[in-house]
Design a protein around this ligand. Sequence first.
Ligand code: ZN
Ligand code: ZN
Length: 339
Amino acid sequence: MRAVQFLGDRQAIVRHKPDPHPGPGQVVLKMRAVAICGSDLHRYRAPRGDQPPSELVPGHEPCGEIIEIGPDVRGLKIGDRVLVYHRIGCGTCVECQTGQPNICQNGQRSYSGYFDGADAEQMLVFARNCHLIPESMSWEDAVVISCQAGTAYAPLRRLGASGRDTIAITGLGPVGLCVLLLGQAMGARMIGIDPMAERRALAERLGAIATFDSNDPRLGEAVTDLTKGGATALVETSGHPSAHARIPDLLKVSGTAAVVGLGSSAPSLNPISMFKKQLSLFASNLYPEWMLPEIFDFVQSHRVPLTRIITHTATLDQAPDMFRLADSATAGKIIFRFE
Ligand SMILES: [Zn+2]
Ligand SMILES: [Zn+2]
């Protein structure tokens, strides 16, 4: 099969690799849709060291069709369309046993971080990480859900987003745009905040009631005026220290902020700045595996147009160009399709 390999220093190649075969509890997928994620770029950008480059296949947003089944697999058959949940916890702690391997504290393993990932023609996965994609759902919707729409759904659910809310989103990359589409479907009015004019324009086309430039020094006042006192909630997806520092200016009294974006770990928000308005804040790390059927159902029943965040569809052979494009931060979601 063909598979992507990162060589370091922003170089990706497509090379041949032996086809995988399933052991006990495993299945092999023929990939149908996989997507590039912002977090893939950390490894893509890593400097080329003295060691030979890792042969681990990148990609953690996998959707495919089962073509081979190993011993001791129940409940799956050849031809099933599945989405693979990419984080694998220890399997024994209380978080793992309650369907939350995303917050397992006993050493995270993942597809693309420990096992071969999705950017290949085939992928070897554990059957227990496979989730059946509803029959009428497209591969494109499923691949957007696998990482980014799931990451957007979980904090909105925890906020209890509804028609009573006006929610500010800081950062309008693919996760921020998924927050916009899903929050809207939950009934909330959504405000987009980002330094890039193209991203703000896209957010407006997708239904944001207003967008603002994060570099605008009057941002806090503008949001307060528009919302008559501040947003009821905020979802921070940019990972920027300056966005963290601004959270108290954008929220109304008793508002809540969800922090989703990873970026700089520099100190950025003094908790005392949350005091005057008695604000709340929580972190949301990916989404729990148990939530997947609910997310499928929500996206389908509300016809959330997730595929509108996809700007490029390519073949695996175009991976070197597509990673260059993703690295330039000028594209929306980039997906690979396989026939
Ligand atoms: Zn991802
Ligand atoms: Zn665990």
